[in-house]
Unconditional design. Structure first.
Length: 322
């Protein structure tokens, strides 16, 4: 049952004034929880939304074609000087993620020197798979980009890295019957490090933030409100989404509640910093101790009113507020 329009949740947010921000939206089921409520609260009208694949949105944010949006974590780290992270919102997992996978027709120990097909839509899962294979398993496959579907990727290579809806399909519908094993990258990282893994963060361009700080804070709070609306309506959303996806509503609910983790708190930041520490260097395009800038959600006036020392300018080690 859809709520009548007059029962739409009360917005409760401030007005978007001035520039209509250009905001990215990952066109995978994984981002539905963050965008569902934007429509329900009317926020959608206030944003110039661009729906696309993660790698294209990452490039658009870096190129200044978007002001705010999701960005694959490796691209964020490579451009951390130009960007500010939105706190408490991300696409990650604290265990199995279900949709960032290594599929292999061979035992992982036998992947040394053999072709491994990597989806062009991913920048981070591909890098994470490379790290896990080299440092945990001790093999170095020959990485090749591919824009094909998982079955075609595996017809030309013994293993593949896939993400998003195609990965969900491959793990839920193909595993066991299609001759490959599924290795969940979120689960492997969690077992290895004890930390959550963040695949994509939400960031604003620093040059945009400089002239539009209140606006960025407003968009940030709208995203948080959107996620709340999604959680309130999750059964209804999953039932509706299941009409168009190949997955039933309980599977989608499990994906959203037990696999994906949409928060970005201290443990997630620790996971992000640990990933940077392990892959950072000249080749990666960012230093292992890259500085992470987190949006200061308390405007200076509120901080002054709260009294001295109420809000520190620094977050956890290596994280600064902007
Ligand atoms: C959980 C996911 O997270 C993503 C993984 C990304 C990557 O590997 O580069 C980028 C954005 C997110 O969509 C997914 O795609 O399934």
């Amino acid at each position: 049952m859809t709520a009548p329009i007059d029962q739409l949740p009360v917005d409760g947010a401030g007005p978007i004034v001035g520039t209509r921000p250009r905001v990215g939206h990952i066109d995978f089921l994984n981002c539905l929880p963050l965008f569902w409520g934007l429509a329900r609260t009317g926020s959608l009208l206030d944003l110039d939304l661009r729906r696309d694949t993660p790698e294209r949105l990452s490039d658009a944010l870096v190129a200044g074609e978007l002001d705010i949006g999701p960005i694959s974590v490796t691209e964020y780290l490579r451009n951390a000087d130009e960007l500010v992270l939105l706190p408490d919102i991300a696409v990650g997992a604290d265990g199995p993620v279900m949709s960032c996978l290594l599929l292999s027709t061979l035992p992982l120990e036998r992947l040394d020197g053999v072709p491994l097909a990597c989806t062009t839509t991913s920048r981070t899962s591909v890098r994470l798979a490379e790290l896990l294979l080299s440092d945990l398993v001790g093999v170095r496959p020959e990485y090749r980009s591919s824009s094909a579907d998982p079955a075609t990727m595996l017809s030309g290579a013994p293993a593949a890295v896939v993400i998003g809806d195609a990965a969900l399909r491959a793990s839920l519908l193909g595993a066991g019957t299609a001759g490959y094993e599924v290795y969940d990258l979120g689960e492997m990282w969690r077992k290895w490090t004890g930390l959550p893994f963040v695949f994509a963060v939400f960031a604003a361009r620093r040059d945009f933030l400089a002239g539009n700080a209140d606006l960025v804070r407003e968009v940030h709070s709208r995203f948080l409100a959107s996620r709340e609306v999604f959680l309130d309506e999750i059964d209804d959303v999953c039932r509706r989404a299941a009409r168009w996806a190949e997955f039933d509503a309980p599977t989608l609910k499990r994906y959203y509640l037990s696999a994906l983790d949409f928060s970005l708190g201290e443990r997630h930041l620790a996971g992000l910093r640990e990933f940077a520490r392990r892959v950072g260097g000249a080749e990666a395009g960012f230093p292992p101790d890259v500085t992470i800038r987190l949006l200061d959600t308390d405007p200076p006036d509120a901080r002054r009113m709260a009294g001295p020392g109420a809000v520190s300018g620094r977050g956890p080690a290596g994280v600064v507020r902007s």
